[in-house]
Design a protein around this ligand. Structure first.
Ligand SMILES: [Zn+2]
Ligand SMILES: [Zn+2]
Length: 242
């Protein structure tokens, strides 16, 4: 049994191409029995994405909505091969969690596998970063072995993105499986994310969970299986920042 207790990867209307509010996401999370839900709107470099003020105003959002705890984070954009993120450290440090990944049309100019691998590894060196999202995206090919080694060394969790297996980023599954298998062997941490852009998809983690199990990942490597695992992960990252 690998029951998932939370889903941190959810987008609100603030992302510019998503369709639900924080209240709708919280209500959906409560309805399907999640105790915790994350809000992870795109960083400001995403076309149509939120202004930095969106993140600066996060205290306007209650910590509990509809009985569901809210973690307010970001899905930042990695915008250079040096792993630079599109929010300043002062804001990154104020958020409950920081996820980041490579996205088209956000100013990232890496051109090949070597560039993408370097960008991901450099981003993982950033102590503000907690998770790398959808690293299996075929649009940004990377060296699986090097990325997994860096994730294990830095303690960053790699995401298995449910939408990459069901809705978008077609062709992700082979790399995701390879990556998950290697993480299972080396004892790294993964996080499952729905990447919901509409509240009906909040907590949809089945495809990612199935892939994780097939790859041999153990429950203690999958952060979603335990609130304590998540808290330990975030606390370890915060210590790095201190
Ligand atoms: Zn999006
Ligand atoms: Zn993304």
């Amino acid at each position: 049994m690998f029951p998932c207790k939370f889903d941190l990867h959810n987008h609100t209307v603030a992302s510019g191409h998503a369709y639900s509010t924080i209240e709708e996401i919280a209500a959906r999370a409560g309805k399907i029995g999640l105790e915790l839900v994350g809000i992870s709107d795109h960083g400001p470099s995403m076309p149509g994405g939120p202004h930095l003020y969106h993140f600066g105003n996060r205290l306007a959002v209650p910590k509990l909505i509809e009985g569901v705890e809210i973690l307010f984070g970001v899905e930042a954009n990695i915008i250079s091969t040096c792993g630079q993120l599109d929010l300043p450290p002062s804001i990154l440090g104020s958020l409950d969690f920081v996820a980041a990944g490579l996205h088209p049309a956000t100013g990232y100019e890496g051109e090949n596998k070597a560039d993408n691998t370097k960008a991901l590894i450099c981003a993982m060196e950033n102590p503000d970063l907690d998770f790398i999202v959808h690293p299996g995206n075929p649009r940004f090919p990377m060296d699986v072995e090097a990325v997994v080694q860096a994730a294990v060394r830095t303690g960053v969790a790699l995401e298995l993105n449910n939408s990459s297996l069901t809705i978008c980023r077609r062709g992700s599954e082979g790399t995701c499986f390879e990556l998950a298998k290697r993480m299972a062997q080396l004892g790294g941490k993964v996080i499952l994310g729905s990447d919901s852009h509409a509240s009906c998809n909040v907590g949809n983690l089945d495809a990612a969970l199935d892939l994780a199990k097939r790859a041999g990942l153990r429950a203690e490597q999958i952060l979603n299986t335990s609130r304590e695992l998540l808290e330990q992960h975030l606390a370890a990252r915060r210590r790095l920042k201190a």
